[in-house]
Design a protein. Sequence first.
Length: 160
Amino acid sequence: MRLRKIKPSDAKYFLKLWTNKELIALTSGRPVEPAEKLMGYFARLLDEEHNYLIVLDGKVIGHVMIVRRGKDSFGFPIVIGEAKYRGRGYGSRAIRKILNIGFFKLGYKEARLEVRPENTRAIKTYRSLGFKPIRIRSYDNPYQPKVLVMVLAKDSFVAS
């Protein structure tokens, strides 16, 4: 399993991942956006340096990117596409790779994420990597009214 920077020809993978209703339910919960809007978002992502597809044996199975959250912190939205690839450790491996980039290549001091409280599989994964829950945050958003905020300090991360 490896991370590969996205390129223009990856639009088909991006659309497949971000039109998957099951994935959307686990992440933002919003209705699937029209393809034109998703393609505009994808075009903007091409300009981002740390935006990757997760590739297993030549097959794209997910997407992860680094997003600056503050002067010293970053987040990393991640999805593993098809259900048959979830629960097999690929997400954990991708997160470890992205944490290594964020902490040791880019020099961030903290990784911060938000996860739906009902996404217990993701929370278990984040905890196993050392993330600590810090609070429940509420939004005025009918699709995602509450999220669990979790953090991991660089000093607590064991590089791999």
